[in-house]
Design a protein around this ligand. Sequence first.
Ligand code: NAP
Length: 441
Amino acid sequence: MHSIYDLVVQRNPGEDEFHQAVREVLDSLGPVVARHPEYADARVIERICEPERQIIFRVPWVDDSGRVEIHRGFRVEFNSALGPYKGGLRFHPSVYLGIVKFLGFEQVFKNALTGMPIGGAKGGADFDPKGRSDGEVMRFCQSFMTELYRHIGEYTDVPAGDIGVGGREIGYLFGQYKRITNRYESGVLTGKGTGWGGSAVRKEATGYGTAFFVREMLRQRGESLDGRRVVVSGSGNVAIYAIEKVHEMGGTVVACSDSAGYVVDEAGIDLELLKQLKEVERARISEYAERRPGASYVAGGSIWDVPCHVALPCATENELDDAAARTLVRQGCVVVAEGANMPTTPAGVATFVDAGVLFAPGKAANAGGVATSALEMQQNASRDSWTHDHAETRLAEIMAGIHERCAAAADDYGRPGDYVLGANIAGFVRVADAMLAMGVV
Ligand code: NAP
């Protein structure tokens, strides 16, 4: 495994996040290869670490003042052994090839864990929609799609949202795809509006799914979220709906954040106010404390200083480091589930595992979003539209299935309760077996 990792570092210089994601998976695979030498013989791991296709393109557009802007767009089509490439688009100034490859690599295993017929991909651009007018966002999305359309399709590659890409952006992207291709190809993008091909519960799915996964982990111990004190980082799509479902399950979320700071509200986060601020006004989280009596705002700082039983990092990668993990453990945190992708640093994960914290990695705990995207594709293919209750029931079943696959793989390899090992092995084996069956392609 060390030599494969060294090769990945050498062939992908400067892509730290990608290296981190690869190492985290490779660290789990030693016992699998020892049991299944056929994977090594066919060099399946080396092949999985090399994307099938990487696309980088110019995105020129004109802002409201008439100035020409140029951004860089990406789509990394990582693995299609299980189905069409599937994974979100991220619009954020930090986006570069290494981020897209880390996210695409994670997506391969996450999608496999859902048990559904979807491969893995990720994409995006170094464009920041924050502070841009709707017209500017629309023109950017149109220019982005004017290149991307030739690489995607319902049987080829099906993008969705991620950081900075929500319902508004998916609408503009779909509109341009439809215009260029002259096809109402609903299944080419997911996260669409429910009135025009979207699925009920897609918007809520990642956050709800994370809460469902926590429920499954606690159920193994005869416990529940009822009465638990919970901290959720972020206040975007994943965070908002994780908070909503935790509250429905009887837990109380006492803190959430954005990139500028965090708020503490001992009475429990007021979701209506949070949604108004973040989904309607696109305001900063500091406004929450200004409008909500009893809440306080801390500029900067670490949200993980707030004591809790359950921590749900739902903001961004590497937001929870070892120092934060130690603070959480010292203050009584017993469950951590990653709503975001790779939010915990490797040292932080080790601290949780050593302390006996129930730890759910993102590729298992946040798979509800992509799973519901696959349900959206299913509805599009059959020109059907499910009720909210039906879609939510399917999501809950899928999350229970993912939990079961992770737990069974961890048991099978002699590490019961190790969800990191279980998720990596169960995801890998499904992809690897399909790759073996399809020969060297
Ligand atoms: P989003 O709606 O854009 O929200 C992101 C949130 O994280 C915002 O509150 C943002 O604050 C905050 N944030 C960003 N960078 C931060 C930083 N450096 N420190 C603290 N907070 C920061 O994005 P999202 O869709 O919720 O995605 C959140 C995470 O979940 C990402 O890791 C994403 O890859 C993962 N994920 C998303 C989905 C999905 O369906 N959306 C599915 C699976 C995984 P600002 O507004 O201040 O930037």
